[in-house]
Design a protein around this ligand. Structure first.
Ligand code: NAD
Length: 244
């Protein structure tokens, strides 16, 4: 392990540009469990029903049963050391581009300056009828936020199943994946496409890939990643110590 940490730290130290793909695992230590594991949100609510855009149009109140629980999970959470360390890499003069599949806004809260929110964000709201926007913080936690104009429930600006990824975000993320000196993948099972394809873009551009996860993923052997097994915050701490 130590050998791999040293190798990864060397790559980071020598890099000017670092692109990082993050997933639910980086926020677990902030108290946001991943939705897929036992007891997670998707055990109770089938995401293809409750997180599908057609369901929202058909019956937004049913979808909001799940969204209210999601709101309770995400509300008030703070970045953990792994989010903060990525911002500290910027402070060391690196250009750090973060592509996150998370909807929790924790990278922005940690102060990172370039964050591409691939699946959107939870805390911004949009009316699917008139396009009016608002923020979840302006509404009480236990009530379904409604557009004042249309009296229709707001939709969080999260990419639901059946909705496209913002083409601009896709394009800049692709560019960042192939124009960096090292590509990091933190806390993602790499199963949700097209985000899961980004490490392949880096691999095809001959960029070394560092992967931080509690377990191996399909990327580990197929892309020959430097796999650092452990909790994101603990591994980032080891890496940062080796940089100094
Ligand atoms: P996933 O749930 O499929 O995989 C999580 C990965 O993180 C797993 O491989 C797991 O081994 C690893 N992991 C768990 N705890 C970890 C830790 N402490 N340190 C390092 N790794 C850890 O997550 P995904 O790949 O991001 O895909 C799920 C989708 O669900 C995403 O698109 C995301 O939008 C959404 N989601 C978001 C949040 C959030 O915003 N925080 C939370 C849950 C799910």
């Amino acid at each position: 392990m130590n050998r791999k940490i040293i190798k990864a730290a060397e790559l980071i130290k020598n890099a000017d540009k670092i692109t990082v793909l993050t997933g639910a695992g980086i926020s677990v230590e902030s108290g946001i469990p991943d939705f897929r594991s036992k007891g997670g949100l998707w055990e109770k609510y089938d995401p293809f029903v409750y997180a599908h855009i057609d369901s929202f149009h058909r019956d937004p109140y049913r979808v909001w049963e799940m969204l209210k629980e999601m709101n309770q999970i995400l509300n008030g959470k703070k970045p953990n050391y792994a989010h903060i360390a990525l911002k500290q890499l910027e402070d060391k003069g690196k250009e750090v581009v973060i592509i996150t599949q998370n909807i929790d806004s924790l990278h922005s809260l940690a102060g990172s300056s370039i964050v591409y929110e691939y699946h959107g964000v939870w805390d911004k709201l949009i009316c699917v009828k008139c396009g009016k926007r608002d923020e979840i913080k302006n509404f009480p936690l236990n009530r379904i936020p409604h557009c004042e104009k249309c009296n229709f429930p707001y939709k969080p600006e999260v990419v639901f199943f059946g909705e496209p990824i913002d083409p601009y975000i896709m394009s800049v993320s692709n560019e960042a994946a192939k124009n960096c000196d090292v590509f990091m993948v933190i806390g993602t099972s790499a199963q949700v496409y097209p985000a899961a394809y980004l490490p392949n873009v880096a691999f095809n551009a001959n960029i070394p890939i560092i992967e931080i996860n509690l377990e191996e993923t399909p990327l580990t052997s197929s892309l020959n990643t430097i796999h650092l097994k452990g909790k994101a915050s603990e591994i980032m701490k080891l890496l940062m110590e080796h940089l100094d």
